[in-house]
Design a protein around this ligand. Structure first.
Ligand SMILES: NC(=O)c1ccc[n+]([C@@H]2O[C@H](COP(=O)([O-])OP(=O)(O)OC[C@H]3O[C@@H](n4cnc5c(N)ncnc54)[C@H](OP(=O)(O)O)[C@@H]3O)[C@@H](O)[C@H]2O)c1
Length: 408
């Protein structure tokens, strides 16, 4: 058997084909996802003693696939020595082969995968936090052999039990963004009941989970959305308070700024703060959930309350941040960096999905052949929540009927 047919689970569990289909990026075609990502046949990767090979039933699309395709701000080929890059940091699947040191998992187990890899041997891995390991990497971004392929290679510690109630596509959709939002809010910002939390991109991949986490913990999310068509979704997830950022056309910081545009932005920033206080009966926000970066960061620092926190994990609009630092020191605010999460946090967060307390928000699904198209949609901000790719599970294309209470 050369490669497996797509869209089905082979009867011979654990039997490996000679080759697999993979959606690859190669150094000579880095650029827009639509052209950078192509399906080709490649050999299966070797599996180390503490590793597992997983048959990918479905994969989830994340923004890091867009960064990987673009090769900017950093080419993934500077991060690993493989001749091609298989992106994809979310998957659901079936364990197909395990290394001889793997004790907790066996061939046939149904799993989802968290995307943090680390050495497992250093003091940081064994006492502080694997996120502090000097070899810490995000699987499918800083490593190759990610989830946009028929098989993926992972460290065994990345495996988590698949929630039985979820289909393969839903199960593949939530890990990276939900676990990131969980660490940001629960561990870094330490959100508590009663807090007001401003959530940028509230209908996006991180945002849909930030809202749910806030609601679960008794905090009050204020959802920022780019268009009223997303209001029903964020309300259904637990954010009755929302702001349409398109009503503040000068809010985004876009350098270089003329004195006039700086004044217009300062005006919109004040109006934005006023709108927050109208919604919260006069309260400023305790926490700002940031990942948009350059365009929103000055506003985030401005609107956080005295002693408030800005927790940030990304910078979609640019990583070169500029803001008026007087707002930070005079009002003693804190900026907290956060990056994915460790295995224990992923396990705890995943348990909440098993218990039905947090749910995936799958907006659209595509067959494997449309992986590049799905990334192009994400790059163009033409999605809500998450996008799924069917690989060994039956393929279905197009917009999913979001649950009635989520539909816009
Ligand atoms: N470090 C980590 O571990 C980690 C983990 C996950 C993600 N990230 C990063 O975080 C970022 C977001 O990821 P995601 O999965 O949530 O992406 P996403 O699904 O594309 O959602 C991002 C949201 O940001 C909003 N947005 C886009 N441009 C904006 C602008 N100019 N001003 C205000 N809002 C804007 C959009 O919402 P509206 O248009 O509705 O406002 C969009 O839905 C990416 O850069 C990603 O690489 C980092």
């Amino acid at each position: 058997m050369k490669t497996l047919p797509l869209g089905e689970v082979p009867h011979d569990v654990g039997v490996l084909p000679e080759k697999m289909l993979a959606c690859t990026i190669r150094p000579d075609r880095e650029g827009d996802p639509g052209t950078a990502m192509r399906i080709e046949e490649v050999c299966l990767p070797p599996v180390g003693p503490n590793e597992a090979l997983v048959l990918v039933m479905a994969a989830g699309v994340n923004f890091n696939g867009v960064w990987a395709a673009r090769g900017k701000p950093v080419s993934v080929f500077r991060m690993h020595g493989e001749p091609f890059h298989i992106a994809g940091s979310d998957a659901s699947g079936i364990v197909w082969k395990v290394g001889d040191q793997v004790k907790r998992w066996k061939v046939g187990d149904e799993v989802v995968i968290h995307c943090n890899q680390s050495c497992g041997q250093c003091p940081e891995c064994n006492g502080l936090d694997p996120m502090a390991c000097s070899e810490q990497k995000i699987w499918g971004y800083e490593t190759s052999w990610g989830s946009f392929a028929q098989f993926t290679k992972v460290q065994a510690q990345q495996l988590l039990k698949k929630p039985q109630k979820l289909g393969w596509l839903e199960a593949a959709s939530y890990g990276l963004t939900y676990f990131t939002a969980y660490r940001m809010l629960v561990h870094q910002a330490e959100v508590t009941a009663g807090d007001h939390v401003l959530v940028w991109g509230a209908a996006g991949g991180l945002g849909v989970f930030a809202i749910q986490i806030c609601k679960m913990l008794g905090a009050n999310p204020i959802a920022v959305i780019g268009g009223k068509d997303k209001a029903q979704l964020v309300q259904s997830l637990g954010a009755p308070m929302w702001i349409d950022r398109s009503e503040f056309p000068n809010l985004a910081y876009k350098p270089p700024e003329s004195p006039e545009s700086a004044r217009a932005r300062a005006e919109d920033c004040k109006k934005f703060g006023k709108r927050i206080r109208e919604l919260t009966a006069g309260k400023d926000v305790d926490i700002v959930f940031e990942h948009v970066g350059q365009q929103t960061f000055p506003t985030s620092v401005f609107v956080a309350k005295r002693f408030g926190k800005i927790v940030i994990c990304g910078a979609t609009t640019g990583f070169d941040l500029s803001f008026d630092v007087r707002h930070l020191w005079m009002r003693q605010k804190q900026i907290l960096g956060s990056h994915f999460c460790n295995a224990y946090q992923a396990e705890r967060a995943n348990q909440l999905v098993h218990e039905g307390k947090i749910r995936p928000v799958l907006d659209q699904v595509f067959p494997f052949g449309d992986t590049a198209k799905a990334h192009a949609l994400m790059a163009a901000n033409q999605h809500k929540g998450k996008i799924g790719i069917a690989i060994q599970c039956a393929a279905a294309a197009g917009a999913l009927p979001l649950a009635a209470d989520q539909a816009a």
